[in-house]
Each structure stands twice: as structure tokens, then as C-alpha cells.
Write a protein that binds this ligand. Structure first.
Ligand SMILES: *[C@@H]1O[C@H](CO)[C@@H](O)[C@H](O)[C@H]1NC(C)=O
Ligand SMILES: *[C@@H]1O[C@H](CO)[C@@H](O)[C@H](O)[C@H]1NC(C)=O
Ligand SMILES: *[C@@H]1O[C@H](CO)[C@@H](O)[C@H](O)[C@H]1NC(C)=O
Ligand SMILES: *[C@@H]1O[C@H](CO)[C@@H](O)[C@H](O)[C@H]1NC(C)=O
Ligand SMILES: *[C@@H]1O[C@H](CO)[C@@H](O)[C@H](O)[C@H]1NC(C)=O
Length: 597
């Protein structure tokens, strides 16, 4: 009996550990909140660096204040954010960071109590309503480590810096208490719709809330006052500061506190929810008209307040779903290698946080489009090569979502507003305004065409839905993409490549040295055309495309065997053969490509 219990305990422990990154992996920056392109906050994992930064502009140094203190037996410790009076506030000692696909977990010791802070950005592959909610959880657990019980209180606040990079922006706020929740809400007095500056949206509403409980107190007001109030009394006054003002005018913060009472060795948990909601989220030019697009969760909730309350109430179930998904992803990635699992743990929610999932102003659940911001370095929208790089993640999580991401490009480019006969690499560069790229460089067309074809085919295969290929091959858009690929390959196989590297100008304006890699993309694009034609019952076309791709592949493989010096990054394109299960690339080529790296 004892042996059985022991095994069981070990099994439970290993599940928890297996779903986290390995202990040697501490990213320099860890994500705290990652749900949308404009709700994406990171922090340095070093103990002395407390600032939280927006992902889009980490380098510019704008701070998103998100402060946390814990009091243990009346001694106060900082574990996040500003240490406002250095002499009196201690950083919690011995921090350890772990990441999972949905979470960042910080463990630290505050005197005789172990504190586990967990930032959860849910990934909800089964439920687009939940996936589209721009909210995250922040929980803190405390457990005594010396066998005695200790009095523990948590405090946390956020500032209005989440609302704009311009600190003179006037903001207003209020606090709502309902039957089940208490939450603060803050927004610019004069929001600028669809304007992004320094990576921050200027039209959002910040939410900070908790489930209603006698353990919770709250307050809004000047940062030093709120923090001093907690320091002095370990709770807040349930009072609102009604003086709307600039972000940096007596720094208003929105504070919550949770009194855990006496904590023993059992872990007690305090749970907070943070959100940043916009409405509408995207302005999309579908070719014939500009439409405002709304977050998908509005198909179920009439506004973000209701969705936020539902999110707070859902914590226990959301935790179970996150556990299950973390285990599933880390088991699968861990079977490749633990390094790979670490990268997946860090990358999964970052991939999803690039996207807004939208519907129309009349809640049409059949008209779902997704818009991805080129996170970090530009405001390109639905950049084709970035979608291609992220495609395995979307197809793994929910292949139907791939349709939502590709359709905005296909819909615009098949409209009369788009006059090119080759595809564009994006929907323009002014996210969240997706106004379409009407004059794309032709030099990017092969990459874009190959990517679109591969994505469309793999999406159809894995989702089992012919929606995209039917709708847009019917409009012969994918076919014309295929022809531009074919045109390029004809040139590639006859002229340039016997010697591998080339710097000559291609007929379509492409120049550069990495044409072997580009040609590989093109060949896989033609192979995708074969698969698409077959799925549409056009077997003659399918045979012809299949034949074309095979014969290009053999001449390409000869070039590779002859030492094409272009294997850097070639995995990115070799992978398409695995994704589409087309078995076109000889194993020997994959081997050579690996060797050349
Ligand atoms: C800070 O920590 C030190 C020990 O690390 C302790 O002696 C001191 O009392 C703490 N100060 C406060 C204000 O918590
Ligand atoms: C994938 O997403 C679609 C649409 O959002 C949803 O209807 C479907 O149930 C999801 N698939 C799974 C397996 O959960
Ligand atoms: C915090 O509380 C301690 C103990 O009451 C006090 O000595 C200290 O000055 C306070 N710190 C601040 C910044 O208010
Ligand atoms: C969806 O319908 C609800 C009413 O059921 C409405 O409040 C909400 O605003 C609608 N969403 C949009 C995007 O109009
Ligand atoms: C297949 O490709 C070869 C070489 O490009 C060509 O000679 C042949 O006619 C093609 N066959 C079909 C059925 O398209």
C-alpha cells in the first residue's frame, strides 16, 4: 500500500514537472501577459530588474507598471514591479523561473513562506470565444516552509501606462462590484481608434479584477498612497479616486489586495485577472469596402465587461484545460528533445498572441477572419512568410484557424481592388488597419505564392475542409499563384543553378544568392497545386503538376548534390514536404542539407 502511494505521488510530481521547461532554461525575458498584439507584456528574469515592458517595443523602455508585494508576518517583500522605498522593501529571495506553453511560473522565498507566482495566458484550441478574450490570469500561492503558520497578504496594482506611451494622456477609471466580481477599468478619456504608437494601442480599456471575496480589498489612487496604505495596514480602503488625470500626474494606479490570513503548509491561492480590450479591433479593406471587425468573443458576450467577469469565474476550469494542454504539448515536443520542448514552451503563446480573431459588426459566426501583426519589428499584417513559419502551430492546435488567417489575404487579392497577377506578401504595414497591399514588389511573389499554396493545401488536408481551396481556386487565384511559381522554376532549372549560387537577376526581378532555397519553396508550391487539384477532382491537372514538381525536384536535387551553398535556413522549406506528407524530397537531400548547415 505504501509503495503504491509513493508511486502515485511520484507520478503526479513528474506530470507537473514534465509540463514545464527544463530547469536549466531561464529565458532572459519571460512573458507575463500574452494574448493579443497589443496585450503582450514581458519582464526580464533577473532579480534586480522589475520593469514590465511591451513586447513590440521592449527596446524603447516604456514601462507597463505591474507591481506586486507580499507581506509575511508584517515584513514586506517585492516580487514584481517598483521597489518604492528601497530600504524597506525586499526582493523575494532565490527566484526560479519556469515556462510552459500557457504559463510563466516564478518561485521565490519570502522569509518562511514559499511564494509561487503564475502568469497564465490561456491557449484555447477548442473554443474561439475563449481564445479571442484579451485577458490573462495572475495567481499567487503561499505555503509555509518552516512548519509554523504565518500571516500572509498580497498586494498588486497596475498603472495607466498600459493605455498609452504618451504619459500626458488623460485617463479615466472606475471600479465595478457585481454579485461575483470586483474589477477596475481604465481607458483614455479621448481614445484614438485604430492608432498604434510605439507598439501600444491608443484605444484600449485596461481591466484588473478578482472574484468577490471577503479576503479582497481594493482602491484606486496615487501609486505611493496605495502602496503605503498596504504597507501600513495590509489592506486597502475600498475607495475610488475620482480625479481623472494624466498617466504621470500623481500616477494613478488600480490596486487589489488579498488577505490570506494564516497560511500553513497547504498552498493557498489568490487569483487576479488582467485584461486589455479593444472594440473594434481591426479595420479591414476587403477590396470593395472597409469594414470594422470585432473581437470574436462578442458573438457570445455583449461587451468586454461581461466577458471579463466570465473569465474570472472560469479560473478553475481554465486551469484544468491549461494543465492538459501544457502536458500534451510538452510531451509531444519533449519526445523530440528537451531543448525543443523549452523553445516550444516559450513560443506557443507568443505565436497566438500575434493574432486577433474577429467577426463582423453583426456577430456573424460564419464570417471569421484572423489578423496577425508582425510582432516586434513592423506593423505588417498577415505577413505571408510569418504565417508560413507559424503554420505548424496553428495546424497542430486547430487547423480550422488556418482558414481564418489565410482568408483575409485571399479575399482582398481576389477582389477587383487588387490588380496584380501575383500574390502580395502581406495586407499592408499599418496594423491594426489592414488596408491591403495593392502594389507589392514582384520580387517577393515566389516566396508568397509558394507559401500560400503550401498553407492552403496543408490546411485542407489537416482540417478536412475544402472551403478555402474550393472558394479561391474557383476564382483561379491559387492557380495564377501556381503559374508564377512555375514560371520561375522553368527559369531556375534551365539557367542559373547548375553552379549553385547565383547573383544574377531573375526574369521576375528576384536577385540574390539563396535561389536554391527559393526554388525549393517553388517546387513545394507546385506539389501543393497537385494536391489541391486532386482534392478538387481535376486529375489531369493534378498529374501534370505532380509530374512538373517531380522533374524539378530531380534537377534541384542534382544541384544540391553538386554542392549548392545555400543550405542555411533550408529546413524552413524542406519541412513543407513533411507537413504536406508529399514525400517528394529524397532523404539523401535532407541529409546533405543538414550536413551543409
Ligand atoms: C529585508 O531583508 C533582511 C534580510 O534579508 C531583513 O533583515 C530585513 O528585516 C528585511 N527588511 C524588511 C523591511 O523587510
Ligand atoms: C476548432 O475551431 C473551430 C472553430 O473555431 C471549432 O468549431 C472546432 O470545434 C475546433 N476544433 C476542435 C477539435 O476543438
Ligand atoms: C513600510 O512600513 C514600515 C513598517 O511599518 C515602515 O517602517 C516603512 O517606512 C514603510 N515604508 C513606506 C515606504 O511607507
Ligand atoms: C453581438 O450581440 C450583442 C447582443 O447579443 C451585442 O451587445 C454586441 O454588441 C454584438 N457584437 C457586436 C460586435 O456588435
Ligand atoms: C512529365 O514531365 C516530363 C519532363 O518535364 C515531360 O517530358 C512529360 O511529358 C510529362 N508528362 C506528363 C504526363 O505531363
Amino acid at each position: 500500500m505504501r509503495a503504491t502511494l509513493c508511486c502515485l505521488a511520484f507520478a503526479l510530481l513528474s506530470t507537473v514537472v514534465a509540463q514545464q521547461s527544463s530547469s536549466g532554461f531561464t529565458p532572459l525575458w519571460v512573458p507575463l501577459a500574452e494574448r493579443t498584439p497589443h496585450f503582450n507584456a514581458w519582464k526580464r528574469s533577473t532579480a534586480t530588474d522589475w520593469a514590465v515592458s511591451p513586447f513590440n517595443t521592449m527596446k524603447q523602455g516604456h514601462i507597463l507598471a505591474w507591481t506586486g508585494y507580499v507581506k509575511v508576518d508584517d515584513v514586506i517583500y517585492t516580487f514584481n514591479g517598483v521597489v518604492f522605498d528601497g530600504a524597506n522593501f525586499n526582493a523575494t529571495a532565490s527566484q526560479v523561473w519556469r515556462v510552459t506553453p500557457t504559463r510563466t511560473i516564478q518561485t521565490s522565498q519570502a522569509g518562511p513562506v514559499q511564494i509561487t507566482a503564475t502568469w497564465t495566458s490561456p491557449i484555447e484550441p477548442e473554443d474561439l470565444v475563449k481564445q479571442s478574450m484579451p485577458f490573462v490570469y495572475f495567481s499567487m500561492k503561499a505555503a509555509s516552509t518552516d512548519g509554523s503558520s504565518h500571516s500572509v497578504q498580497f498586494y498588486s496594482d497596475v498603472s495607466a501606462e498600459w493605455l498609452s506611451n504618451d504619459l500626458t494622456t488623460i485617463v479615466e477609471w472606475d471600479t465595478t462590484t457585481t454579485a461575483n466580481s470586483i474589477y477596475h477599468k481604465a481607458s483614455p478619456q479621448d481614445p484614438q481608434p485604430m492608432v498604434e504608437e510605439s507598439g501600444l494601442a491608443q484605444d484600449g480599456t485596461l481591466y484588473y479584477g478578482v472574484a468577490k471575496s471577503s479576503a479582497v480589498t481594493w482602491q484606486t489612487g496615487e501609486a505611493d498612497d496605495m502602496r503605503g496604505q498596504f504597507n501600513a495596514t495590509h489592506n486597502l480602503k475600498n475607495a475610488v479616486d475620482t480625479d481623472s488625470r494624466a498617466i504621470n500626474d500623481r500616477w494613478p494606479v488600480f490596486a487589489l489586495s488579498w488577505d490570506m490570513g494564516d497560511v500553513s503548509s497547504d498552498e493557498e491561492e489568490a487569483v487576479f485577472a488582467l485584461g486589455f480590450a479593444r472594440r473594434p479591433v481591426i479595420e479591414y479593406d476587403a477590396g470593395d469596402a472597409t469594414q470594422e471587425r470585432y473581437p470574436y468573443f462578442l458573438t457570445e458576450y455583449s461587451n468586454a465587461d461581461d466577458a471579463f467577469e466570465a473569465f474570472i469565474a472560469d479560473y478553475d476550469d481554465a486551469t484544468k484545460r491549461a494543465d492538459a494542454l501544457d502536458s500534451k504539448i510538452m510531451d509531444a515536443a519533449g519526445s523530440v528533445s528537451s531543448d525543443y520542448a523549452d523553445l516550444v514552451a516559450l513560443g506557443a503563446r507568443q505565436t497566438l498572441a500575434g493574432v486577433e480573431w474577429t467577426t463582423t459588426d453583426d456577430n456573424d459566426t460564419d464570417d471569421v477572419l484572423a489578423f496577425m501583426r508582425q510582432s516586434g519589428d513592423s506593423q505588417r499584417t498577415n505577413a505571408v512568410e510569418t504565417l508560413y513559419a507559424a503554420w505548424p502551430a496553428f495546424l497542430y492546435l486547430n487547423a480550422t484557424w488556418g482558414q481564418y488567417l489565410l482568408e483575409p489575404l485571399l479575399r482582398f487579392e481576389s477582389s477587383t481592388a487588387y490588380t496584380k497577377d501575383y500574390p502580395a506578401p502581406d495586407l499592408g504595414s499599418s496594423y491594426p488597419v489592414a488596408d491591403g497591399n495593392k502594389a507589392p514588389a514582384q520580387s517577393l511573389a515566389i516566396e508568397a505564392a509558394g507559401d500560400m499554396l503550401i498553407m492552403a493545401y496543408a490546411q485542407a488536408q489537416i482540417s478536412g475542409s475544402g472551403y478555402l481551396i474550393n472558394k479561391y481556386v474557383g476564382l483561379s487565384l491559387l492557380r495564377s499563384y501556381g503559374l508564377s511559381v512555375e514560371h520561375f522554376l522553368m527559369w531556375f532549372s534551365t539557367t542559373a543553378s547548375r553552379s549553385g549560387r547565383t547573383t544574377s537577376k531573375l526574369p521576375n526581378g528576384v536577385s540574390g544568392e539563396d535561389n536554391a532555397n527559393l526554388a525549393l519553396k517553388g517546387i513545394m508550391g507546385i506539389r501543393a497545386m497537385a494536391g489541391i487539384s486532386d482534392a478538387l477532382g481535376k486529375s489531369d491537372d493534378s498529374k501534370s503538376y505532380s509530374n512538373t514538381s517531380s522533374s524539378y525536384m530531380s534537377s534541384w536535387a542534382d544541384n544540391i548534390a553538386g554542392g549548392v551553398n545555400a543550405a542555411d535556413g533550408m529546413m524552413y522549406n524542406l519541412y513543407a514536404d513533411k507537413l504536406m506528407q508529399t514525400k517528394l524530397i529524397p532523404d539523401a537531400v535532407c541529409f546533405i542539407a543538414l550536413e551543409l548547415r
